[in-house]
Design a protein around this ligand. Structure first.
Ligand SMILES: [Mn+2]
Length: 352
């Protein structure tokens, strides 16, 4: 657990200040666009849904949610059905319709979103490290907090609104998955938010989200992951090849990190014109976000925290040899960044 150098009072004051600024931003029928990152995860989805509920119920604002990419993970599809929110593809958004632009769980200029850095944003709520060029009228960026959903729970608490069970369920799952059940960068404030929201959730719906039916392509990806995973000392690296959706890379990365004696995992997978990367560590202060930047070599295409990070490398040339070479290079760079020169990688499983 990460204990930040600020107190509960300081955190609560900042959340309260942001909350009180809402009033000047949203009125009845204000058209609001909330933008989340590409391939939005449960944290982004539940946080956006909570914001839509708050701004709608408190001020009568009309909130749309825009995203890029798609939602492939079975858990996230069930979650989306359960909170009954519809999302709009960013490519179909008519910006002139919206009076307020809000960014949640990411920041303009971060590599994981389609946010135009030249527009003016009214509110940013995030828990990634504050970017140097992040600008908005109101900013609440709390990198010490494990899940953006925990911040949204604070807003709900302050609002005194009744909390719908579906929304509470989504927020519980968001905190669970974002912090990997409090293992990953969970602050005591996340636990506090979790305990508060848990009693409003539907535990039956929560179990539906947590253990959905899995598709045939999921099992194929699992097989490819195990076949292609190699290991060196405390490291695993797996190049999954073509993946059915980009989030599969992160999902397999989390899975491989559970291998005993492993503290770092790098996974890649090809989806459309990009090679997606996920990096995970079980060390509390791993600086995964910094390491992924060295692998991807373009800070616009990466994002991350201490123990988890992601990014992508565009593949202008999708020829097999080119991609294979790039993957091999990444494996060696990864071990070199971990302090192992000339690592000898071996298959994770030598028989199957
Ligand atoms: Mn998040």
């Amino acid at each position: 657990m990460i204990i930040m150098p600020y107190t509960k009072e300081q955190y609560e004051q900042r959340v309260l200040k942001a909350f009180s600024q809402f009033r000047s931003l949203f009125q009845k029928n204000t058209e609001v666009l909330v933008i989340v990152h590409n391939f939005p995860d449960p944290d982004a989805l539940a946080s956006a849904a909570a914001f839509k509920y708050l701004a709608g119920e408190l001020y009568g604002a009309k909130v749309s949610i825009g995203y890029g990419g798609n939602i492939g993970r079975a858990e996230n599809q069930v979650l989306l059905r359960s909170i009954k929110i519809t999302l709009k593809q960013m490519s179909r958004i008519k910006f002139s319709k919206y009076q307020r632009l809000v960014v949640i769980d990411t920041q303009p200029g971060a590599g994981n979103n389609m946010i135009d850095i030249n527009r003016k944003y009214h509110l940013i709520i995030d828990h990634h490290p504050l970017r140097k060029d992040t600008e908005a009228n109101n900013i609440l960026v709390e990198p010490g907090i494990g899940a953006c959903a925990s911040i949204m729970v604070e807003f709900l608490r302050l609002s005194d609104l009744p909390i719908p069970a579906n929304l509470a369920t989504a927020l519980v799952y968001a905190i669970d998955s974002e912090t990997q059940y409090m293992k990953r960068e969970a602050h005591e404030f996340d636990i506090q938010a979790y305990v508060y929201i848990y009693k409003h959730a539907s535990l039956r719906k929560l179990s539906d989200i947590m253990s959905p039916k899995l598709t045939h392509s999921y099992f194929k990806s699992l097989l490819a992951t195990l076949r292609n995973a190699s290991m060196f000392r405390n490291l695993i690296c797996a190049h999954l090849g073509d993946v059915p959706h980009a989030e599969m890379v992160a999902e397999m990365c989390d899975f491989l990190l559970r291998r005993e004696r492993i503290s770092w995992v790098l996974c890649t997978g090809r989806f459309k014109e990009n090679l997606y990367l996920s990096l995970r560590s079980s060390h509390k202060r791993a600086k995964a976000g910094k390491i992924i930047r060295k692998l991807v070599k373009n800070s616009r295409n990466v994002g991350g925290h201490e123990m988890s990070a992601g990014g992508f490398i565009p593949l202008p040339n999708n020829q097999k040899e080119y991609v294979n070479e790039l993957e091999q290079e990444l494996t060696m760079q990864f071990s070199a960044l971990m302090g192992y020169e000339a690592a000898v990688w071996k298959p994770l499983l030598d028989e199957y």
